[in-house]
Write a protein that binds this ligand. Structure first.
Ligand SMILES: [Zn+2]
Length: 244
């Protein structure tokens, strides 16, 4: 049952104003801009950095990470970020889009974390090398010579589509491009990869293409025998741990 309306003019006015002012999210004073007081130091740093370059801060915890000095610990943290990103699904990716694999690629120099999913269906054969950063483009071009000395193939590698169409390589590509846009000469060693299946949350090794496309990035060889030809033999005993 609705409340009875106000009876006198002045009282009616103040009641209406109070009602309007008290409705959440309406006519609220803008938040003061000052330095961020967010309790998470990573979010605080990101907010302050975005403030410094004049962008509206919309930081999320999974978008940014500072190195801890312990690489294995950092991989655990990256995995935590990945899990949060999967749970929140901030880009609204459908299950079709984001399965079987979503990757988090952390640029250890800038602190930014990139996420991507695979390209599906026919498009997974449509890799345009012009879309690739020069480091990845060179590797892609080597992959075209399948009998050449630089590109090692698994038996059924063709099912993965063209090199460059998978989540970790796409995320690494964006990270490389942004690093150059920052005015920096990037190295693959600047980056760290975590791959997982969004449904099961299980870790996934890079495929035969991505382990070569992302070679040098930490995690690109997880789940692969290090002494195989071109590091190109699946380690069947891998337990899903990237922190190695
Ligand atoms: Zn792959």
């Amino acid at each position: 049952m609705p409340k009875s309306g106000p009876k006198s003019g002045s009282k009616a006015q103040s009641t209406i104003i109070n009602k309007v002012v008290n409705v959440d999210g309406v006519f609220r004073k803008p938040e003061p801009r000052g330095r961020s007081e967010h309790p998470d130091p990573d979010v605080r740093n990101l907010e302050n950095k975005l403030d410094d370059i004049g962008r509206e801060p919309k930081p999320r915890r999974w978008d940014y990470m500072e190195p801890s000095g312990d690489r294995n610990r950092d991989h655990e943290r990256l995995k935590e970020r990945w899990n949060e990103f999967i749970d929140e699904n901030p880009r609204g990716w459908s299950n079709k889009q984001r399965t079987p694999c979503v990757s988090a690629v952390w640029d250890r120099q800038s602190g930014r974390v990139y996420y991507d999913h695979n390209v599906h269906k026919r498009d997974k054969w449509n890799m345009n090398p012009d879309d690739l950063d020069p480091i990845l483009r060179e590797r892609y071009n080597k992959s075209l010579d399948k009998d050449g000395p630089f590109w090692k193939l698994q038996e059924d590698q063709g099912r993965h589509g063209a090199p460059g169409t998978h989540s970790e390589t796409r995320a690494t590509n964006q990270a490389l491009k942004d690093a150059r846009a920052d005015g920096r000469e990037p190295f693959m060693e600047d980056f760290m990869i975590h791959n997982g299946n969004p449904k099961s949350k299980d870790s996934m090794r890079c495929c035969g293409n991505c382990t070569q496309m992302c070679d040098g990035a930490h995690g690109s060889k997880a789940g692969w025998e290090s002494d195989g030809a071109g590091s190109h033999r699946v380690d069947e005993s891998w337990n899903g741990d990237f922190s190695v």
